[in-house]
Ligand binder design. Sequence first.
Ligand code: GLC
Length: 542
Amino acid sequence: MLDKTKKDWWKSAVVYQIYPRSFQDTTGSGVGDIPGIVRRLDYLQTLGVDVIWLSPVFASPQVDNGYDISDYRDIDPLFGTLEDMRTLIREGKRRGIGIMMDLVLNHTSDQHRWFQQARQSRENPYHDYYVWRDGTPDQLPNDMQAVFGGPAWEWVPEVQQYYFHQFAPQQPDLNWENPALRREIYDMILWWMDQGVEGFRLDVIDQIAKEPDRKITNNGPRLHEFLRELSAETFQKGCLVTVGEAWGADIPRAKLYSAPDGSELSMVFQFEQMCLDQQPGKEKWDLAPLPFVKMKQSFARWQRELHGCGWNSLFLDNHDLPRIVSRWGNDGQYRGRSAKLLATMLHGMQGTPYIYQGEELGMTNIQLPIEQYRDVEIHNLYHKRMAEGYPEAEVMASIYAKGRDNARTPMQWDDTPNAGFTTGTPWLPVNPNYTTVNAGEELADPDSVFAYYQKLISLRKQYAVFVDGDFTLLEEEHPCLFIYERALGAEQMLVVCNFGDEATPWTVPENWCGARVLIENCTATPDTLQPWEARILYKVNR
Ligand code: GLC
């Protein structure tokens, strides 16, 4: 177990993300719940993770699956009760697994008590908790668009004003300029810290300092000022792990967010690599092949530049992204092997790795008829692009490749009906491949993707070079090999990944001959790397 009283303990930690709705149902409702997570804690302990990032379980009308919070201090009955949450925190701690709550601080639900008050009159003390602008019913303040489509402004006749929303109209943006609002947020966070949570993930945190009059959404001028205040008033009073979601983060900003003095956060999720397989300047739906060399160089830049003066988060999957084995791997013939390669590439780097539920099994994307998808973003996109005259096949191809429901299908526990996720009707269909891809099978197989993840996690705890080593990219221009070295004094490791369906000539460099193999996803042959072969070598220079 990690000593979580040690400063920066999270640098050696591995985080596991749970999307509660799709993890384990115990009531037959078809929706996963908190007692379901408690039931599966032993599984997570077997995997070896130290922290669970829980996507939002707060009270919510569920317009955006919980990313629309109506009460930060209560649990949605869909998922259980506050008592269930306390049980989860306690039972997790017993197994060395802390809980990281997902705080949505950029906006609330329109059903939140604050917003219900705010919309009643301009004089209401809560009015200023949100972002309002004057206009007339047919004259919007400006032409800003919401992320989920449509205008970013919604008219409220009672106050004769528009409120600003960067996401769905049911997700009004909070006004961080208001000190009373900030105080309420800090008190709420301190309350969760008192409940024993060990960390927070901060949803779209780079958007809190918006300035709609200047059309600024992320990276607003006061962003880092707000973050430093937030951190000083809350996180710094404990020994927490914090990670901000920041689509707008570049390297200089990431250094501020993750400054070693702890003045802001532990780290951020940045999306530079995740935005590479789309047409430049367009949306994620405008598909493009992954530019492999660019991808390597991008990872390498983040590795080099944050070394010693910041900290990376490492992830390939989450609840908003398609399944990585379908996206960058081969989810057919080489599903298992390519899933292991992707894990090797990521877990060999410096930073805190995040595993998204089912990634450790090599779970894949799904294709559904449009009416079976549940994500608000998918439906908005479908209607928008159909109205714009896109061919339906092209719209569906985008949804198959990038739709968020790919990651949200129920966790595949075993080969019983509904993959052991529910005894009822699952809220989103189970991927039909659950009969072969499931935790039951993989736990019994020493060669499974699960067993491989387990081993990678234990290696990180065993060898300091995983956590602290520096990073050098080799074969920078090679079109299918991703090879890098890590070094910490005399301790060195070499990570070798052959990205693709073809075998590739490669000879172990002379200075690595005789090095120990820490892990490999197939049997090594001389002078050739098999399709999707991955390996980590280790040596101590004397
Ligand atoms: C973040 C979440 C996403 C949500 C959005 C609005 O991007 O990860 O799921 O829809 O914020 O809260």
